[in-house]
Design a protein around this ligand. Structure first.
Ligand code: SAM
Ligand code: SF4
Ligand code: FES
Length: 349
């Protein structure tokens, strides 16, 4: 093992600070992986404990006005059948999720203009009346819209920056601007949301330097939640022939994120399990402390086709709940009984 790289892990643990070059060294050295994952697991245990927070995911519309090059929901993809759920259906799914024991719901969709501020406020207040915590993941909006959702009771917002490499961002997001995405995240922070962000790992032409910048960006934002995973090529998109990201590279980015943001909530993502059948368990043992089982009912799970091979598309919410709980207890961890807000720890000097 390269001593210098091992020292970088110790420095990260002691100070929660690394330079970009130090992060690049960690990302570029695969001999230290076991040590990195063990360190991230320990930091996770010391700072956020053994309980795993479950967030029930409702994928309520696959209609999107954006055209991100990697995503199966992109506007120009004529290859999928589109759907959107009525507010009452979303509320019915939320009530069922509560009955399965979820305390937090993630409402995710494409950027679908059918859901006006009025409709969203109605959905949010209906779910809040059930006593649940709400994370929205519905893309880029104006500050006034974010303020209105917050006023209606939304607690958290998840918006991945996707990549901090401005040129790569511009190449993959026609008609969108990196600066606006960044603006959204800072608006959300200022409005009092718990803010989640994250990136895709293994995008075409993404360098280790760009991934290091992504991790430093999560720290700069002081993200309450960081969700990241491999880019998985989709045949219905312009990136159909791209190579895609690896499970190990994603796990490494996640583990370093845990070292630098010890008290953040970090999910073991669905995309990780798509590339490795034990992906979420391995992630939970390498720094993650959250899982987001799908609570969408019926055929909609299949139609929310971001990338091929997505897990759980033929399963029911009841089955997924039992499945994920079994996985968590099989590694000696517990399912959290609280709402799972981030508990901030004092930063190291
Ligand atoms: N429209 C909202 C947005 O973009 O923030 C939320 C829904 S979007 C489908 C959720 C996430 O899916 C994106 O942030 C992106 O990182 C991820 N995603 C899309 N296509 C993907 C792919 N081919 N492989 C892996 N993740 C993908
Ligand atoms: Fe739309 Fe989000 Fe997919 Fe981009 S990643 S096309 S914004 S659903
Ligand atoms: Fe859905 Fe395991 S979480 S089948």
């Amino acid at each position: 093992m390269n001593c210098k790289v091992a020292d970088i892990i110790s420095k990260a643990r002691a100070t929660q600070h690394l330079t970009k070059q130090e992060i690049v060294s960690l990302l570029g050295d695969n001999d230290i992986n076991d040590r990195l994952f063990a360190a991230a697991d320990q930091v996770r245990a010391e700072n956020v404990g053994e309980a795993v927070h479950l967030r029930g995911l409702i994928e309520f519309s696959n209609i999107c006005r954006q055209n991100c090059f990697y995503c199966g929901l992109r506007r120009d993809n004529a290859g999928i059948r589109r759907y959107r759920l009525e507010p009452d259906t979303i509320l019915a799914f939320a009530a069922k999720a509560k009955a399965y024991g979820y305390k937090t719901l993630v409402l995710q969709s494409g950027e679908d203009d059918f859901y006006t501020t009025d409709r969203l406020q109605q959905i949010i207040s209906g779910i809040k009346a059930l006593g649940l915590v709400i994370t929205l993941s519905i893309g880029e909006k104006s500050r006034a819209e974010y303020a209105a959702y917050r006023q209606a009771g939304a607690d958290r917002y998840l918006l991945r920056i996707e990549t901090t490499d401005r040129r790569l961002y511009a190449a993959l997001h026609p008609g969108m601007s990196w600066e606006n995405r960044r603006r959204c995240l800072w608006d959300l922070k200022e409005l009092g949301y718990e803010v989640g962000t994250g990136c895709l790992v293994g995008l075409p032409n993404q360098s280790l330097e760009a991934l290091a910048d992504d991790i430093l960006f999560f720290q700069e934002l002081d993200a309450d939640m960081v969700g990241l995973g491999p880019f998985i090529p989709n045949a219905d998109t312009p990136l159909r022939s791209a190579q895609g990201g690896s499970f190990t590279a994603s796990l490494k980015v996640m583990a370093i994120t845990r070292l630098l943001l010890p008290d953040a909530n970090i999910p073991a993502t669905t995309a990780m399990e798509t590339l490795n059948k034990n992906g979420r368990i391995i992630a939970l043992q390498s720094g993650a402390n959250v899982a987001m089982p799908n609570v969408t009912e019926g055929e909609y799970r299949q139609l929310y086709a971001l990338y091929p091979g997505k897990i759980c598309i033929n399963d029911t919410p009841a089955h997924c709940r039992g499945c994920i709980s079994g996985k968590i207890t099989s590694i000696g961890r517990t399912v959290a009984g609280d709402f799972g807000f981030r508990v901030k720890r004092a930063a190291a000097k």
